[in-house]
Design a protein around this ligand. Structure first.
Ligand SMILES: Cc1cc2nc3c(=O)[nH]c(=O)nc-3n(C[C@H](O)[C@H](O)[C@H](O)COP(=O)(O)OP(=O)(O)OC[C@H]3O[C@@H](n4cnc5c(N)ncnc54)[C@H](O)[C@@H]3O)c2cc1C
Length: 556
């Protein structure tokens, strides 16, 4: 019985078939390891898959060094490994031999090739390793410890990054005894906020990038390599493109600036996506897509932002494009899919920047909800994202105040959502009301109001949580004018630029999908649909470029 992941109760495990084990023997080698040997230490690259023939393997709690979880171990017929096997990232769950054991060791690349050829084996492995990650996410015994969430904006930013990118973390302040133990384990003074990796490795000046590096999520990119397609943006559109690109055999890389899932990742409940009658969180949906894409060989690099793009010729790794990432790393590709979506507009308020992450937020997920328990919450905006946020936060807050600039929600919010808001006793809608100013010391403590509706609230609301959801602008600045956009910056495609395909831009080899595309329907399903179908055109383009390059080389 698989015993590391509780979720396997619902994700029924089928053992690997004899023919799968034979396959593993063929592509790997049988190795013997001694009791106490470590298969993977925390952060080690997951470059080998181990199938247990005889003996016993235990997962190890990276903080205590003791056996992980409820004491379960892996025996013959089971395998050691977790989701980082798909990415080549670092191990989040150390594994150690309990007894002398015989194992089949399979190099990661060989395993991935075999998984692509034997889908039944792939399904079993993916199911088990996904469940193990889920188990880590749902428990409070991860290898990354965040201390000081409540007082530090930086730690909150790390928590948001980790939560949205499915990096398990623990927050021991909920348990003072555990917090004390962590502090004692670290030789450094841990009175203030801190990020600790494993037992005692303190991450100084923590940033999302540094945390991603611990797990190999930002990928050490090979600058010499030319990808078939570089997908810029890991929202639903980009993830779907990643799935189809991998499935169609294209060598694909997705670079994502912040969080796989994009805007959808900030929605706790998407109710109108086909196939999920009781709704699904956007983060969960995109996580499934990411695992699926990785299974097909697509790589993801997070957090990495595309900051510039240029065309390159045959001698420079092309013909194609060179995209420069924010740290100066160049990435070359034969085709580009632009799926950079949109980002929330800010409000023109003094001190807003100061309070961002310290009371002013642009997304309402579990991380932000934590700061809203029993308090007054203010949401600015009358669109669907504001409505969903209000419904979600009303489960935690004393009262959610939704501020609407106009006098109706009829034109901006879906009817079902409007009806629910109006019926929710925990939500108060204030029409003709706007935020005029922000107050607080190092954290937001109140908002001052203006407009006809402000008087009935005495012109202010004492609050520690303001959610700004007032529309969005396209993320197209990095495209450097290489492709045509409309006046608002949305990418023009198809007929508008004389192309046959609705997703081709004015520049041959660059495609655009999802919210960033002018005229697209701004929904998860349409972004996913566009990201999926664009790949057939990308494939044609890549095949043509390869043929032309091959012909040119043959002629030389
Ligand atoms: C709170 C909320 C609730 C929603 N609820 C629903 C719903 O219930 N149903 C529904 O159908 N739709 C919903 N939507 C809309 C839906 O989420 C979007 O239409 C969808 O996410 C668009 O997908 P996308 O891939 O085009 O772009 P996005 O989701 O915007 O993703 C773009 C990604 O690109 C990244 N990026 C941007 N610039 C760069 C760069 N230079 N380099 C690298 N990466 C970059 C961003 O970080 C982002 O992750 C909701 C939106 C929000 C905000």
């Amino acid at each position: 019985m698989e015993s590391l992941a509780h979720d396997l109760r619902t994700m029924q495990r089928t053992p690997l078939h004899d023919s799968h084990v034979e396959h593993l023997r063929h592509i790997g080698e049988v190795v013997e390891r001694k009791a106490g040997d470590v298969l993977f230490d925390l952060g080690d690259p997951m470059d080998t898959f181990y199938y247990v023939l005889d003996g016993e393997v235990e997962a190890v709690d990276a903080v205590t060094g003791e056996r992980y979880g409820d004491g379960a171990t892996l025996g013959p017929g089971q395998f050691a490994g977790e989701i980082s096997l798909l990415t080549g990232g670092g191990s989040m769950l150390p594994m150690r031999l309990v007894q002398d054991s015989r194992l089949i060791a399979v190099p990661r690349e060989a395993l991935l090739e075999a998984m692509a050829r034997v889908p039944e084996m792939s399904d079993i492995i993916v199911t088990v390793i996904s469940a193990r990650r889920r188990r880590l996410l749902e428990s409070n015994d991860a290898s990354l410890t965040l201390i000081g969430m409540d007082e530090s904006k930086e730690i909150r930013a790390i928590a948001a990054f980790a939560a949205r990118n499915r990096i398990p973390f623990r927050t021991p302040e909920d348990d003072p005894e555990e917090a004390h133990e962590v502090a004692e384990a670290c030789s450094l003074d841990l009175k203030g906020p801190a990020v600790v990796f494993g037992k005692d490795r303190v991450i100084h000046d923590p940033t999302p990038r540094k945390v991603a590096q611990l797990f190999g999520l930002d990928l050490d990119l090979d600058e010499e390599r030319t990808y078939d397609v570089l997908i810029v943006g890991g929202g639903p559109g980009g993830v779907a493109a990643g799935v189809y690109a991998g499935a169609e055999g294209l060598c694909a890389l997705v670079v994502e600036d912040a969080t796989i899932g994009g805007q959808a990742g900030t929605s706790s409940r998407i109710e109108n996506y086909m196939g999920f009658p009781t709704g699904i969180s956007g983060a969960d949906l995109c996580w499934r897509g990411e695992v699926q894409a990785m299974k097909f060989g697509t790589r993801f690099a997070v957090p990495r932002r595309a900051s510039a793009i240029e065309r390159i010729g045959a001698g420079e790794g092309g013909p194609g494009f060179r995209v420069t990432l924010d740290d100066g790393t160049p990435v070359c590709a034969r085709a580009i899919v632009v799926s950079t979506g949109v980002q929330y507009r800010r409000l023109p308020l003094d001190r807003l920047e100061e309070f961002e992450g310290a009371g002013a937020y642009y997304a309402a997920t579990d991380v932000e909800a934590r700061f809203c328990r029993g308090t007054e919450v203010v949401i600015v905006g009358g669109g669907n994202s504001a409505g969903q946020a209000a419904m979600f936060l009303s489960r935690y807050a004393k009262c959610v105040h939704v501020l609407i600039r106009g006098d109706s929600l009829a034109d901006s919010m879906s009817t079902y959502l409007r009806d629910r808001l109006e019926a929710d006793a925990g939500v108060a809608i204030h029409y003709n009301t706007e935020v005029e100013g922000l107050e607080g010391d190092d954290h937001l403590s109140a908002v001052r109001l203006k407009g006809d509706g402000a008087a009935e609230l005495d012109g202010r609301i004492d609050t520690r949580a303001l959610f700004i959801m007032v529309g969005a602008a396209p993320n197209t600045g990095w495209l450097d004018g290489l492709i045509e956009t409309d006046a608002k910056g949305f990418v023009l495609t198809g007929d508008a630029v004389g192309r046959d395909s609705p997703f081709e831009t004015s520049c041959d080899g660059i495609f655009a999908v999802g919210d960033v595309r002018a005229g697209s329907v701004k929904r998860v399903a349409s972004a996913v649909g566009e990201g999926s179908v664009v790949i057939s055109k990308v494939w044609e383009h890549v095949a043509r470029v390869r043929d032309e390059t091959g012909a040119a080389q043959a002629a030389e």
